[in-house]
Design a binder for this molecule. Sequence first.
Ligand code: G1P
Length: 293
Amino acid sequence: MTHKPIRKAIFPVAGLGTRFLPATKAVPKELLPVVDRPLIQYAVDEALEAGIEQMIFITGRGKGAIEDYFDIAFEAEATQRERGKDLSALEGTRLAPGHAIFIRQQEPLGLGHAIWCARDIVGDEPFAILLPDEFMRGGKDNGCMKQMVAAYQQVGGNMVCALEVPIEETPSYGVIDPGTRDGPLTQVRGLVEKPAPGTAPSNLILPGRYILQPEVMKILETQEKGAGGEIQLTDAMAAMIGAQPFHGLTFDGRRFDCGSKAGYIEANFALALEREELRDQIRAFAQAELARG
Ligand code: G1P
């Protein structure tokens, strides 16, 4: 059976980024760089790699720089060109005309509400969601979303990324109540947003990558507030279980929580070590620094 292709992705980028103040006072947190590319660029690259064409950004006040970022930088590009400089670093920073869509979430009512703001653009097709704070580094071959799209093409329905964490971290996340497992695929029997300590149904969390059927928008439309008084995407997804196939995919790769300072620093360190031109210097520095105690 063939399943409808995933052509659209939603990137919720309206969050205030208060954990990174004062850095985020004037710069959206999604534009903070990991080595030399902004966090949002990695998420867009991940979507492009998965064959997704249209990027829908849910923004808010003070996030205009993200829109500029995905535009053509005429002055900088012309100057670089005149100087005979290489422009390849800008690859992926401009999307095809009409393929970058910006919608403002006027009030911070929760992740579910942010996603619902894109309902008319998504229309009647399945779509992806990528939370850019969650930096997913795919294993040798493919990025996280590409792996998810491949799994979705097999089983259809709804597909969330599933990640094991220490059980005491579960109160910070959406958590899966797992059914049968088949290799990296786990059947999702239930979902709970930010369970109270000691009540999580498993240690399998939702690390911010989703492929969902458009029916979720109808559920979000009428949804009551959930955990933290916010309209929760997790609750709307939970309402679809049973009516549609629902799986979690344990992806091959690493995840960095770039919504936290430690995770952000770890991502910079790990990515620097991946880069040939930086590797030796950074490794030598880290070793010397650790030896200092
Ligand atoms: C959101 C989701 C949660 C998910 C998490 C991943 O929570 O509501 O289900 O596990 O992102 O980072 P937030 O971090 O916005 O509180």
